[in-house]
Write a protein of this length. Structure first.
Length: 345
């Protein structure tokens, strides 16, 4: 594989990314200065947010993020530094702003480093748990045209007149809402059929777990799925039959399959360029390191676990492009592989 080209590309991307982060930090520092001097006023705007939206053409949500971030940058130089080197993400700054104070910044700020918006919400919930968390089981009918009602709207221009820093968050409600360190509220839309099954399961468990709530019923169901899966994994299913004339289904003895599974920890062993392994647990197959078609034995030493894409790649490398190219074309995958030339092909 052409690792040199990939490495060169990757370092160019890393360079562009760090320039983007630096530009964002520069922009926010300048914006904070602009706001402190209220320079949007002589331009005819009533707030920084309105200036960003109308004059610079940012969307309402993006303008809101910038206003909040500029406010933080003005008060906390550490925030600017963290945005500049990429430790802090602009989308989690709105969450950070809810809890950051001069007193707690040394402890609180690092907890938001490398967090997504949703992870940042979880940190906020942990730092500032809602005082009383109601355990709710609510069933609501879905309105015929739900979209306009379900999502809180971004501030209107009039609302933004009021203040440049207290505009409401314009993002839609997430499906998982952190409440405390441990509790989350999950919003799921289900069918009537689902509710009937839930009721039936509740009835079935009415002796073992009288009065169980929906969470307990669903968790019991999930436990069943996971137990079943663990049992199946322990037996290690025969590898998925690869639809090719060469890699016919291997007749690997059960004890060898179990030994390989245990040794590889049930994870794809493909070596990545970084020196780590792929580690995927999805669609796993048994792979002959020395190909079976070339006399590779079905022994513990010659077998390893690979995920399906890496097993395909291994076959590609082993059997060459001509054969696999025909095979992939049949599977409609040739586009992915079209321009790639593996060595030895
Ligand atoms: Zn893999």
């Amino acid at each position: 594989m052409d690792t040199t080209t990939a490495r060169a590309f990757s370092s160019r991307l890393a360079d562009l990314l760090s320039r983007e982060q630096a530009a964002m930090a520069d922009f926010l520092a300048a914006l904070a200065d602009f706001d402190q001097r209220r320079l949007w006023e002589p331009l005819g705007y009533t707030s920084l947010w309105l200036y960003l939206h109308r004059e610079l053409g940012l969307s309402k949500g993006t303008a809101h993020f910038r206003v909040v971030a500029a406010g933080l940058v003005a008060r906390f130089p550490e925030v600017e530094a963290a945005l500049r080197d990429g430790r802090l993400c602009i989308t989690s700054v709105v969450e950070l702003a809810k809890v950051l104070t001069v007193e707690n910044q040394a402890e609180v700020l690092p907890r938001f480093f490398h967090r997504s918006k949703q992870e940042a919400q979880a940190v906020v919930a942990e730092l500032r748990p809602r005082e009383v968390v109601p355990r709710r089981e609510v069933m609501t009918a879905i309105p015929v045209r739900p979209v306009e009602l379900a999502i809180p709207l971004p501030p209107t221009a009039d609302e933004a007149h009021a203040s440049s820093t207290s505009t409401p968050t314009p993002t839609p409600r997430p499906a998982i809402e952190p409440l405390t360190a441990d509790l989350r509220r999950l919003h799921v839309t289900v069918s009537r059929r689902f509710l009937e099954k839930l009721e039936a399961a509740k009835d079935a468990l009415s002796h073992a777990r009288p009065g169980a709530e929906a969470e307990a019923i669903l968790e019991a169901g999930l436990d069943l799925i996971l137990a079943q899966q663990a049992k199946r994994r322990a037996q290690v299913k025969r590898p998925r039959k690869v639809e090719s004339p060469v890699e016919a289904p291997a007749s690997v003895p059960a004890e060898v399959r179990r030994a390989v599974w245990t040794r590889d920890g049930g994870r794809c062993q493909w070596p990545m360029d970084s020196g780590e392994i792929c580690g995927s647990t999805h669609r796993l197959e048994l792979d002959h390191v020395h190909p079976k078609a070339r006399g590779g034995p079905a022994t513990e030493e010659n077998l390893r676990i690979l995920c399906e894409p890496h097993n395909k790649l291994a076959a590609w490398l082993a059997y060459g492009e001509r054969w696999m190219g025909r095979y992939l074309k049949v599977r409609g995958l040739a586009q992915d592989a079209g321009s790639v030339r593996w060595p030895g092909s």
